[in-house]
Design a protein around this ligand. Structure first.
Ligand code: FAD
Length: 409
């Protein structure tokens, strides 16, 4: 059987590794943290997976938390007035055709890493530097780079046509909270937009300590929401979050009254420059590596698509490796494999990048109309599962007008 090495035990690397093991491949995974370090580490994401991605996990029988994890049945959208703080101008609820779920990546990844070893995979704990990639590629038929944001840009070159930004468009602040003794009653993702300031999301998450809630602030740099970076203490970040929400989203502040921080390292700060990279990495020796998921296409989490993309990419890569049988994993095959995954991921990328820009009038019109037209609200909500369904009508003024007209006549 062919030998595959995967660098990075995250959403895509683990799914691919476990999928290959189940097909009898010899798989080595090199990653920078032990399962114990992952589970005790900092929160990493809000990681909400929608139906298609959940189905991919189910297909590989890796949905171990499905019964315990809160089911997310709807998206509750709200936009505030640009000129008056705390006043809603758009509000609607879109119902998902199938539920979504968010399992804290710390429990998921650590459990999958252990399962990977139980199934016979070789797990090596080592932080890979770019000069160590040669050695990995000499000992495998294929090396897949699934390091997320991890390995530096020196080895990856940007696809400039597919990468419209040169700098982060949001400052991210993530906090996990609990309502002690109450778990969470939440069964939706709350998606709040404050024009010119940023976006705020809250959703239920299954953690090591039971159901909790993840709060994600997507601040436009230097806006009033960009108020967390200078704060070191997690408790003080929660205090700041309360102050901010009281002023800008008072209905969200209400929900925090009984909340406290989740035990452990429950807060993350960061910034992401969205970028699509050339997926084939050429080493000095002439050997080539294939990048997958965030290592090939990194989006800001504004539309919550990264883990979904990573799951879909792992499914495409698994299928492509299996179909390749014993033929060489050459450059042409690598490029075709990435392009097959790009066929899906491009829509999430386009949508995420659109949402980072000030919305054009016609998009505001669509979002506003969803308050009166439940079919439209449901369609936007279900686009979190299948972003391709937003195109062209969500991105093109003429198509938007035609679609709205069809809906209302
Ligand atoms: C704040 C925030 C909120 C998010 N919310 C959502 C959401 O709601 N829905 C959603 O779908 N996505 C969300 N995402 C994105 C999502 O978490 C990622 O896109 C997804 O985990 C990417 O999967 P991956 O396999 O590419 O990389 P990852 O899951 O990041 O895994 C990369 C792995 O590589 C390892 N690694 C890194 N560097 C090295 C190295 N040098 N050597 C060895 N190992 C290395 C890491 O430790 C990790 O195990 C969010 C992201 C952030 C930051």
């Amino acid at each position: 059987m062919r030998k595959i090495t995967i660098v990075g035990a995250g959403q895509s690397g683990l799914l691919l590794g476990l999928g290959l093991l189940k097909q009898g491949y010899t798989v080595k995974m090199v990653t920078d943290r032990t399962p114990e370090e992952v589970v005790q580490g900092t929160v990493m994401s809000t990681q909400c997976l929608f139906h298609t991605a959940l189905e991919a996990e189910r297909k590989l029988e890796l949905n171990h938390w499905e019964k315990d994890c809160p089911q997310i049945r709807k998206i509750q959208f709200c936009a505030t007035a640009p000129e008056s703080r705390g006043e809603k101008i758009i509000e609607w609820t879109g119902y998902l055709d199938h539920y979504a779920q968010s399992v804290d990546q710390r429990i998921k990844f650590s459990a999958w890493m252990k399962e990977f070893e139980t199934l016979g995979g070789t797990l090596e704990i080592r932080k890979i530097r770019s000069n160590e990639l040669e050695e990995l590629s000499q000992n495998a038929d294929l090396v897949v780079l699934a390091t997320g944001k991890g390995l530096n840009d020196q080895i990856r070159s940007k696809n400039l046509q597919r990468s419209p930004f040169n700098a982060p468009q949001r400052v991210l602040s993530l906090l996990y909270i609990q309502h002690p003794g109450q778990g969470t009653k939440m069964e939706q993702v709350f998606f709040n937009v404050i024009p010119g300031v940023g976006e705020y999301f809250v959703m239920p998450v299954l953690t090591e300590h039971g159901p909790a809630e993840a709060m994600l602030f997507e601040a436009i740099p230097e806006s009033p929401m960009d108020c967390f970076s200078a704060i070191d203490s997690e408790e003080d970040r929660l205090l700041e979050a309360r102050e901010f929400l009281k002023e800008y989203l008072p209905w969200e502040h209400q929900r925090l009254i009984s909340a406290s921080l989740l035990k452990g390292k429950s807060s993350l700060q960061g910034q992401i420059t969205p970028a699509v990279y050339h997926p084939v990495i050429q080493l000095d020796s002439g050997q080539q590596l294939l990048a997958m998921a965030d290592a090939a296409c990194l989006n800001d989490p504004i539309t919550g698509q990264g883990s979904n993309n990573a799951t879909k990419a792992a499914e495409v890569y698994l299928d492509s490796i299996l179909k390749r049988s014993d033929q060489p994993f050459d450059q042409q095959w690598m490029e075709a494999t990435f392009e097959a995954s790009w066929q899906q991921v491009q829509w999430a990328t386009q949508w995420s990048n659109m949402m980072l820009m000030p919305p054009p009038e016609f998009v505001l019109g669509l979002l506003g109309a969803a308050g009166q037209i439940p079919e439209l609200a449901n369609r936007i909500a279900n686009a979190f599962d299948d972003p391709a369904d937003l195109f062209p009508w969500f991105a093109d003024e003429k198509a938007a007008a035609e679609y709205l007209q069809n809906l209302t006549t």
